[in-house]
Design a protein around this ligand. Structure first.
Ligand SMILES: [Zn+2]
Length: 408
């Protein structure tokens, strides 16, 4: 038997507050095996809350722990089954450092996951002398812990999407808690069916407490929210509306260019084509962000394409309505006024805005937007681009959600 002094040294090395080392064994080519047991003799019955120390059965298991001095370390743990003297039924004692069905300690899982999120499975497996499969299991089990949790205190939900395969119209839906600025889930498809399945899983308690849902201009989202979230107001996301206005502005820019190309008069043609050249980003930019060169470009455009410049002005006016902190009523009046002025310049955008008017106006109440979603999407794109050896959607989802929700 090892001496008390030896065991104390091991206790200090493993530093697991709930456990004490009873014995140890060093096995060549395998590692260090520490025999540990719970310091507490008594454990609490999960049924009645009374404590008991009446042994029912011993359950010895070997679990992997963090390595020490380049040796693999295993804990031989006896998770006792005790019999409750009150309700007369057996129960297993709880050990914080170790989940019931898992063959590794919580702290090993934390370390492995933290490292995988910064590098990749292959390297981490190698570093810890684990197989890639074992690392994947650790990730998947931690993820399933997260997955069973329902969204807590969700009031403002954002529904956006991210292209799964770049360039293809293959989108996955990203659900975001707009207050905590974290994604709640990522769904493989942005279909009603996919979203319905996810919302139903959350249950009515979660759905009923949602107050606002910010969506892009997609009627499938709208009808689903109206159907499943009785207390939620649908808010059209301002950035998506702005995008439509910008797109229509760009259509006009292309049309000016096309008209220029068709001109027979060479001087006229050169003037128009030179003027329209490199104007795309000047036109899309906010007025206050233009540099001197870009301002000159717009002046040049005023001469050759007055309609385009008029549209630029209207686009900026539109943006300022959404940027200002004016009241709901004043904003409503300004928007109505804008629609009148813009009708002949932005027929498509005006049509969309009128169709979604009921969802655009609530924006001016709380100014809820999906602004945060952009940052999240950028991070997701980075995860996707790096690939990390993930070939399928499930792995992408797992890694993405862990990287936002796993607290290191
Ligand atoms: Zn009991």
């Amino acid at each position: 038997m090892p001496s008390f002094a030896e065991l104390t040294v091991f206790d200090r090395i493993i530093k697991l507050p709930q456990l004490k080392v009873k014995d140890y064994q060093f096995i060549d080519g395998f590692g260090l095996v520490l025999v540990v047991e719970n310091i507490e003799q008594k454990a609490t019955c999960p049924r009645c809350g009374k404590t008991s120390d009446r042994l029912h059965q011993n359950h010895e298991r070997l679990v992997r722990d963090l390595p020490h001095a380049e040796h693999d370390v295993y804990l031989k743990v006896n998770r006792r089954q005790l019999k409750c003297s009150h309700c007369k039924k057996p129960f297993s004692e709880e050990l914080n450092c170790l989940r019931k069905t898992r063959n590794y300690t919580e702290r090993l899982a934390r370390k492995v996951i933290t490292e995988v999120l910064e590098s990749d499975i292959k390297n981490v497996a190698k570093r810890h002398n684990l197989s890639e499969k074992e690392v994947e299991t650790i990730l998947k089990e931690k993820f399933s812990d997260l997955e069973t949790e329902k969204p807590q205190g969700l009031k403002k939900l954002g529904i956006d999407e991210i292209a799964w395969v770049k360039g293809q119209k293959n989108y996955c839906a990203v659900l975001v808690d707009l207050e905590t600025r974290k994604p709640i889930d990522i769904l493989e498809k942005r279909t009603q069916e996919c979203l319905r399945k996810c919302f139903t899983k959350w249950g009515t308690e979660v759905l009923e407490q949602i107050e606002e849902v910010s969506i892009d201009l997609w009627s499938a989202y709208k009808s689903l929210v109206e159907e499943l979230m009785p207390n939620a107001e649908v808010v059209a996301d301002r950035f998506h509306i702005m995008k439509i206005v910008n797109e229509e502005l760009d259509v006009e820019r292309k049309a000016v260019k096309k008209r220029g190309e068709k001109l027979k008069n060479k001087t006229e043609k050169t003037k128009i084509l030179e003027g329209i050249k490199k104007s795309k980003y000047c036109l899309l930019k906010n007025k206050e962000d233009l540099n001197k060169e870009q301002k000159n470009k717009l002046k040049e455009l005023k001469e050759i394409a007055p309609r385009l410049i008029k549209m630029y002005g209207l686009k900026e006016k539109f943006r300022s309505i959404f940027n200002s902190q004016k009241s709901e009523v004043i904003s409503l009046l300004k928007l109505t006024d804008w629609l009148k002025k813009a009708a002949s310049y932005f027929p498509d955008s005006c049509g969309t805005i009128i169709r979604w008017f009921g969802e655009i106006i609530p924006y001016f109440k709380n100014r809820t937007t999906q602004g945060v979603v952009e940052g999240i999407n950028n991070k997701l794109k980075l995860i996707k681009r790096k690939g990390f050896g993930f070939k399928n959607f499930d792995n992408f989802r797992l890694r993405s959600l862990l990287s936002f929700h796993f607290k290191t």
